[in-house]
Design a protein around this ligand. Structure first.
Ligand SMILES: [Mg+2]
Length: 185
């Protein structure tokens, strides 16, 4: 747990205690941070990506690619459904402009709605790999990366907001966005 997560949990516990003591029936407070705090945390995680890609592209390689998680990474699924998460969109656009393929790996089991949502949000989409029924999230994502690697892609950056996005291998460098202890899918 990061420091912000720890603080949020402590604050939530304090608020719940206060509610219990006063006997009021106010709604349980959300421990999700504000949109602006989330964006600040996302920006901090994503800021190193384009410099990394710039160096990586300069080194060359075969079918360089980035892999993006969709929900609460590429799209603002929790805060503004369907809208692009702008720091990640900027990475995808930079990649697209520099001949780096933009691939999506998701725990969703259908790619058709994802493709239209990503397109509407402005993403270049070179491929989407979905989870198969019966697969665990990390397992499905690892299979996707393995298959993409077998297709010849070199996955330079793997960007996601959950640890299950980064478990396993078949990528060079992972970038972890916040999930606030599992609150963001
Ligand atoms: Mg996600």
């Amino acid at each position: 747990m990061n420091l912000k997560g720890a603080c949020a949990v402590v604050l939530a516990a304090t608020a719940l205690t206060a509610t219990a003591l006063s006997g009021t029936a106010s709604a349980a407070p959300s421990t999700l941070p504000s949109y602006s705090q989330w964006q600040a945390d996302v920006k901090q995680a994503v800021d190193p990506v384009i410099p990394w890609l710039r160096d990586r592209v300069a080194q060359g390689g075969s079918k360089l690619a980035i892999v993006l998680d969709i929900d609460n990474t590429s799209l603002e699924t929790e805060y503004n459904p369907g809208r692009p998460n702008k720091p990640v969109l900027a990475v995808a656009q930079w990649a697209d402009q520099h001949n780096v393929s933009v691939l999506f790996v998701t725990a969703r089991t259908s790619s058709s709605s994802a493709r239209s949502q990503l397109g509407s949000a402005g993403y270049p989409v070179d491929g989407i790999c979905t989870r198969q029924s019966g697969e665990g999230t990390a397992e499905g994502k690892q299979r996707c990366r393995r298959e993409l690697t077998e297709e010849g892609y070199t996955i330079t950056a793997n960007i996601g907001n959950r640890s299950t996005d980064l478990e396993g291998g078949d990528y060079e460098r992972g970038f972890k966005l916040p999930d606030y202890d599992g609150q963001l899918s």
